[in-house]
Design a protein. Structure first.
Length: 123
């Protein structure tokens, strides 16, 4: 199985192929745990940094945060996780309140920044 890093490198020029590969990863047995392991290997500071800001995030909330940080839309996340777009929107709203941000865009920007900057501050 390819790692997230390999997939990003290979398919970054074509985002649709990357999304399809991530979707296939989640549809396999143990796909979610494998995705989290690969993500944590690629971005080792992401989860600890996020948990230092909000220590009571669930595994599912961390998973959503990882997917949001990759720049995926609500529709794309819904397709990957086999949930409705409404479910993704609700989770994004919960994360926005928990962290706390004034809107979804601020949350997305901060999470993307956290991928490269483990000391990203809540603003």
């Amino acid at each position: 199985m390819n790692t997230v890093e390999e997939l990003v490198d290979k398919y970054a020029p074509n985002a649709r192929l990357l999304k399809r590969k991530i979707h296939m990863s989640f549809s396999k047995t143990k796909g979610r745990s494998q995705f989290r392991q690969d993500f944590d290997m690629l971005f080792p500071h992401f989860t600890p940094s996020l948990l230092s800001v909000c220590f009571d995030l669930t595994t599912r909330q961390l998973e959503y945060s990882m997917l949001i940080s990759l720049g995926l839309s609500c529709k794309e996340i819904a397709e990957i996780l086999f949930v409705t777009t409404k479910s993704v929107e609700k989770m994004r709203s919960r994360l926005t309140v928990m962290l706390p941000f004034k809107d979804h865009l601020s949350l997305s920007i901060w999470l993307r920044n956290l991928l490269i900057n483990p000391n990203a501050k809540l603003e």
